[in-house]
Design a protein around this ligand. Structure first.
Ligand code: DER
Length: 227
């Protein structure tokens, strides 16, 4: 099975867990896109009735194309289920997310969900967060200097994420902020780093999702693993 088939298998498995009457949070990224595609199919073929919120323009545009009705995220108070991808997943289901620069709204949706399901190919599994991935940050533009200084003191090297070739200058998130990628290397105590990052004014969001995932659906060539 090639990588896309693995992502699709995980996405379909998660989309099949959605029941009529649920309020559903729809994540962002190439794996989440397979989940959204399957949800659209179920709405068309089974008449599934759900209230859905999106985590990005990317997913919103996909929902419009598929006829998945959305309400504004601000109209939802809590969610029965939210399904999203991840960049790194450790054995305790802690995550690094944010490759797609959607992690500010994704974390809000994750925090609203009764059941937060992560879908990924098995290549996302790591022993220690930070092995391969930098931690994406969402930074208020006027705080870029102070946040860079403070996160550097926490032991990271930071780079503002540039938009090339799609856009000259920096990536601007769906919420109008800058994105930076903070390379910490392997993170021995992700919960402590989460706590430290959450204290920094102007650092509006980051890609460490600690203790948020209820279930991980991993697609490997020999089948689906859930933990
Ligand atoms: O940016 C994000 O948070 C995405 O969910 C990312 O973590 C996973 O994207 P992928 O499914 O395309 O690898």
């Amino acid at each position: 099975a090639d990588l896309n088939e693995l992502k699709k298998a995980a996405g379909v498995r998660a989309a099949n867990m959605i029941e009529s009457g649920m309020t559903v949070g729809l994540g962002t990224g190439s794996t989440a896109a397979y989940m959204v595609e399957r949800l659209g199919e179920r709405i068309q073929t089974e008449g599934l009735k759900v209230t859905a919120v999106s985590t990005s323009w990317s997913t919103t545009l996909q929902c419009r194309k598929l006829g998945i009705p959305l309400i504004d995220l601000g109209e939802a108070t809590h969610l029965d289920i939210a399904i999203d991808g991840a960049d790194e997943i450790d054995p305790a289901k802690n995550l690094i997310k944010g490759r797609g620069a959607a992690h500010l709204l994704e974390k809000i949706v994750a925090s609203m969900a009764e059941n937060y399901i992560i879908i990924a190919d098995s290549g996302k599994k790591v022993q220690t967060l930070g092995e391969k991935f930098a931690v994406p940050l969402e930074i208020l533009p006027n705080a870029i200097g102070s946040v860079t200084y403070k996160v550097t003191k926490l032991g990271a090297t930071l780079a503002v994420r540039m938009g090339a070739p799609g856009k000259d200058g920096p990536v601007i998130s769906d919420s109008g902020n800058l994105i930076a990628d903070a390379k910490f290397g392997p993170i021995a105590d992700p919960a402590k780093l989460d706590f430290e990052l959450n204290k920094i004014p102007g650092l509006l969001g980051h890609g460490l999702f600690i203790g948020m995932a209820n279930k991980v659906i991993l697609a490997a060539p020999n089948g689906l693993e859930e933990f």
